[in-house]
Ligand binder design. Structure first.
Ligand SMILES: *Cc1c(COP(=O)(O)O)cnc(C)c1O
Length: 373
């Protein structure tokens, strides 16, 4: 019996330990320590932004981005239904209204051709969410946003180090957000980053991250913020991870290509798209979508793979089907057939950076067994 293969495992064998020891030895473990500013500076440079503001996780990064853009009661924000709940929660809490578009069945990203028809006089922003390592087709989104004077938020949590037409993902729109959860391309355990070129927005995000304390009159508050600070310990790991981002994205790309080679040609199984005319896939995770006529849905396939010692994860459950959203009265009678099909029939197999070539072969063999090919 082979050892269980987890869906994700990070690699922490660079300078992580060394920098953590520096934190301990110097006594700097809080968010005031020097690694935080260093991580912000190096990360924002990497994604070609003037400002990076480190926060406690990727969800917090989105929350603070929405608040900093002044999105609030009655405003509409257009975003994909096929995404994580983090994208809608602050929109809803602020009193704004999420407006959804379906996915493209081939790229799995938001179908940008649906955006225009969703714009109303109340539309305030469009949220781009790059899915599973392949970017959204960004230029048409930026064009429509410009035409209607809309803000653009770019959730780049799944595309660190990825390029769109040669430009870094996370460099688009008014504000972009990243997560450093352990399954992302680089990790700080928990962590996130907000990036922008707008000095005013950057200052708002910094204030909101830190309870809106005011310089000079610390405990007098004009606005309500949050405590979303990243610690020096987390940032130390982040700096070490960032040193290896290029290596990691190349490795993930190789892993994806290896899976595609081993799993290609199974009839009734859709694999991730290798490239579009604007980007090569960096395979944040390696997803499979089973055809309905295969007679096995994602849930069954994942259970069978688990029985064979392979950890898998379901695809996102679309926002318009979420009980919490239905209970709040959103998306009544709306359906998005591509996203619904993707949830029902899609899942991803072990894709973490620590996965070995041998494990990729084992996983592929077991996938073929489960799918009867
Ligand atoms: C992971 C992820 C997030 C949330 O990040 P956390 O750090 O887990 O809060 C947000 N958006 C997308 C697209 C993600 O993949």
């Amino acid at each position: 019996m082979n050892k269980f293969i987890p869906v994700n495992e990070p690699l922490l064998d660079g300078n992580e330990k060394k920098y953590l020891i520096e934190c301990i030895d110097s006594g700097w473990i809080s968010s005031e320590g020097p690694f935080v500013a260093l991580f912000e500076e190096k990360f924002s440079q990497k994604v070609n932004r003037r400002f990076g503001i480190a926060v406690s996780n990727g969800t917090a990064a989105i929350d603070v981005a929405i608040e900093a853009l002044g999105i609030g009661p009655g405003d509409e924000v257009i975003l994909p239904t096929f995404t994580i709940i983090s994208c809608v929660s602050q929109i809803v809490r602020s009193g704004a209204i999420p407006v959804l578009v379906d996915s493209d069945p081939i790229t799995w990203n938001m179908d940008v051709s649906q955006i225009r028809s969703k714009i109303t006089p109340k539309t305030k922003a469009i949220m781009i969410v790059h899915i599973y390592g392949l970017p959204v087709d960004v230029d048409p989104v930026l064009a429509v946003a410009k035409e209607y004077g809309l803000k653009v938020i770019e959730d780049a949590a799944e595309v660190h180090g990825q390029l769109y037409r040669g430009r870094p993902c996370g460099s688009f729109g008014d504000i972009s957000t990243f997560s450093f959860y352990p399954n992302k391309h680089i990790t700080t355990g928990e962590g996130g980053m907000v990036c922008t070129n707008d000095e005013g927005l950057a200052q708002k995000v910094r204030d909101l991250r830190n309870l809106c304390f005011q310089p000079g009159k610390r405990f007098i508050h004009e606005r309500l913020g949050w405590n979303l600070r990243l610690t020096n310990l987390q940032a130390a790991i982040g700096v070490a991870q960032l040193e290896r981002l290029d290596e990691f994205t190349k490795r993930k790309q190789l892993m994806g290509r290896q899976y595609t080679e081993l799993l290609g040609g199974i009839s009734g199984v859709q694999l991730p798209l290798a490239r579009t005319d604007y980007a090569d896939n960096i395979y944040w995770v390696y997803g499979l979508v089973l055809n309905e006529d295969l007679g096995i849905n994602a849930e069954t396939a994942m259970q069978k793979l688990l029985d064979k010692g392979v950890g898998c994860r379901p695809f996102f459950y679309p926002m318009h089907q979420q009980p919490v959203m239905k209970n709040k009265g959103f998306f009544k009678g709306e359906s998005f057939p591509v996203a619904e099909h993707m949830y029902k029939n899609g899942f991803y197999i072990p894709s973490g950076i620590a996965l070995t070539e041998d494990q990729i072969q084992q996983v592929s063999k077991k996938v073929r067994e489960v799918l009867g090919t």
